[in-house]
Design a protein around this ligand. Structure first.
Ligand SMILES: Cc1cc2nc3c(=O)[nH]c(=O)nc-3n(C[C@H](O)[C@H](O)[C@H](O)COP(=O)(O)O)c2cc1C
Length: 172
């Protein structure tokens, strides 16, 4: 039986940053138009304080199915995968929610989050519930050419969503 409790957003940052580096975190969003909730793997994010608020910034390319879901709902969760979830993380980072129910495919159960419409991935030891309070797009002209060449050979520039962390829940 799942028993999540609330904690400070700063309590499990070590584990969060370790899993961000490998195998990645899971960005989840509410489904729309009667379609299922979705999750995608992210390898890039930052956690900190902006505008006096605890903020998680995630970078999402417009080509991702999840992008449209976040645009519609303006909220998301960032879920830290458990050890042993590497296969699910790899699948969620390659398959698209456009083509089917990814969470069902990897048998990851969800539960309602307390503060946002995006689901909590029940088996994940830490979940950050975030409401987008700002977004901006990477500006190619402002990007060092080394980074531009390395990360954007197809010109698919990320949108950065600044999520106020409204709640953090944990199984730990
Ligand atoms: C380790 C890893 C890290 C990734 N990091 C990001 C990321 O930070 N931002 C992004 O837009 N895509 C990232 N991706 C790619 C998406 O997870 C992938 O395109 C996914 O299939 C999108 O799913 P969707 O179409 O259901 O939204 C990453 C993939 C992997 C495997």
């Amino acid at each position: 039986m799942e028993s999540r409790k609330s904690c400070a957003y700063s309590e499990h940052l070590d584990l969060t940053l370790e899993r961000l580096a490998s195998p990645g975190l899971l960005l989840a969003a509410k489904g729309r138009d009667g379609r299922p909730d979705n999750a995608m793997t992210i390898g890039w994010a930052t956690f900190g304080i902006i505008w006096g608020l605890p903020i998680c910034v995630v970078l999402v390319r417009p080509s991702r199915y999840t992008y449209g879901l976040i645009e519609a709902a303006r909220d998301f969760t960032v879920n830290v995968p458990a050890e042993g979830m590497a296969e699910a993380v790899a699948y969620l980072g390659t398959a698209s929610g456009r083509d089917g129910d990814k969470l069902a495919h990897v048998r990851l159960a969800t539960s309602a989050s307390g503060t946002v419409s995006a689901p909590t991935l029940s088996a994940c030891p830490v979940t950050y519930e975030c409401r987008a309070v700002h977004h901006n797009d990477v500006i190619p002209a402002h990007l060092e050419s080394r980074v531009d060449r390395g990360s954007y050979p197809r010109g698919d520039y990320h949108r950065l969503y600044y999520g106020e962390i409204l709640a953090t829940t944990t199984l730990l």
